[in-house]
Design a binder for this molecule. Structure first.
Ligand code: UGA
Length: 435
């Protein structure tokens, strides 16, 4: 079976390479010719563990190709749409221009009776609207929705071994075509859920809203721990043993960022308002504010530790990516905090193992260095803001010799507090009592 994948961001490239590794002939299509020419050479233009190797392997195997010519998709049975749906500049809603134009481009060239499958995260109702448009462009082609739940940093694993497959379809033929694509995953026992189009769109935003809520819940508990003298890391561990709660996504700290959770909860709120159900998702507004407050609280903690006037103070920031094992800085809490501290007059130096290029492009006003030793030199305070393994493995004794003042703030509650304190550091964590 020949398959096309439209959009070659981290979702599209991963999906294309994964399908190729399952034995399909795959063509990845993007309008960005720079991206395409880099992918043709086997160079993945972003960091995702294992993806570069997989793409190289599949290109060599001859089953994977990249192009910016939509006519190369004319023999494909299935077309997956994997384009971005970022937040609009002028509102909380999602910008659907890339999804709309993908349908306009693929619709007319898609062969008779082929299937177009949306994977992008879209506001509920989008698939039905696109299906109507498709019936004008090419009436024999059907539309289905198959939301993607992959996490950056685990993209290949989540694509080839997802915890469920959800398909929104309007016919048995569409479902059986998708079953063929995912045959080996279904055989491996991955749960298969058939839904209608709106439910399949909603599953995705409901899942991301739940995850965002879990993080903001624990960050709200962190705020309470701070005023009541508790320790949120102990609290999270204790409630997490209850299987109804579960211990995952209860890591308190500077909160969630990235290209998904923040924009998805906002777009969901905007859509609920359009549907006349604003109140149903009003709580997400609070989830968003708790998340933004976490960024501010870490800055308050810096002022508390080294004085409220930050002018001229050297501050070292460990981490720029929105999470470890990613070079993505979209809505990164770490970079946002770095920018705010620099704007308050501090001399900020930022390190990140993989995201320096993207971070420099987004925040050219900051100073970036490629090693931790230079980053922490003469610092009055170190902020640990993205929990890369490299930072957990740091030797606090060695670092101590390079700084001006031995103050470290763990914005991710991921460092070994005992070890740092034993080595002579003043250690502060969000939602943890000072000792
Ligand atoms: C998220 C979802 O987890 C995926 O299931 C979904 O497919 C994806 O969005 C998407 O919509 O495409 P991702 O954005 O890669 O995946 O990142 P997460 O692992 O969810 O982390 C999001 C943010 O929450 C990060 O900034 C992370 O540092 C933060 N986080 C996570 C916490 O602050 N605490 C936690 O306990 C967990």
């Amino acid at each position: 079976m020949k398959i096309s994948v439209i959009g070659t961001g981290y979702l599209g490239v991963t999906h294309a390479a994964a399908l190729s590794s399952l034995g399909f002939d795959v063509v990845g299509i993007d309008i960005d010719s720079e991206k395409v020419s880099s992918l043709k050479k086997g160079i993945v233009p972003f960091f995702e563990p294992g993806l570069q190797e997989l793409v190289e392997e599949e290109l060599q195997g001859g089953r994977l190709q990249f192009t910016n010519d939509f006519s190369n998709a004319k023999d494909c049975e299935i077309h997956f749409i994997c384009v971005g749906t970022p937040q609009r500049k002028d509102s909380l809603a999602a910008d659907l221009q890339f999804v709309d134009s993908a349908i306009e481009m693929i619709g007319p060239v898609a062969k008779t009776n082929s299937l177009i499958v949306g994977k992008s995260t879209v506001p509920v109702g989008t698939a039905e609207r696109l299906a109507k448009r498709l019936s004008e462009l090419n009436p024999s082609v059907e539309l289905a929705w198959n939301p993607e739940f992959l996490r950056e940093g685990f993209a290949i694993e989540d694509t080839l071994r997802p915890n469920r497959l959800v398909v929104g379809v309007t016919s048995d033929q569409a479902e059986s075509k998708l079953r063929k694509v995912y045959e080996s995953l279904i055989a491996a026992g991955i749960p298969w859920i058939r839904a209608d189009l709106p439910t399949s769109e909603l599953v995705k935003v409901a899942a991301n809203s739940f995850l965002a809520t879990k993080i903001s819940f624990i960050n709200a508990m962190a705020e309470i721990c701070e005023v009541a003298g508790g320790d949120v890391t102990v609290l999270a561990k204790a409630i997490g043993y209850d299987p109804r709660i579960g211990s995952k996504f209860l890591q308190a700290g500077i909160g969630f960022g990235g290209g998904c959770l923040p924009k998805d909860i906002r777009a969901f709120m905007a859509r609920s308002e359009e549907l006349g159900a604003k109140q149903s998702l009003e709580f997400l507004r609070e989830i968003d504010s708790i998340n933004q407050r976490a960024r501010q609280r870490v800055i308050d903690l810096v002022r508390l530790e080294i004085g409220s006037d930050l002018k001229g103070k050297r501050i070292a920031i460990l981490g720029a990516a929105f999470k470890p094992d990613s070079d993505d800085v979209r809505d990164s809490p770490a970079l946002d905090i770095a920018e705010q501290i620099a704007a308050a007059g501090a001399v900020v130096t930022v390190h990140d193992p993989k995201a320096l290029g993207n971070a420099k492009r987004r925040s050219p006003q900051l100073t970036f260095v490629d090693n931790v030793e230079t980053c922490v030199k003469d610092a009055s305070c170190i902020l640990h803001l993205t929990e890369w393994k490299e930072y957990r493995d740091l030797d606090p004794v060695a670092i101590l010799k390079r700084v001006k003042e031995p103050v470290i703030i763990d914005g991710r509650n991921a460092l070994d507090r005992e070890l740092w304190e034993k080595s002579g550091w003043r250690f502060r964590g969000l939602g943890r009592t000072t000792r």
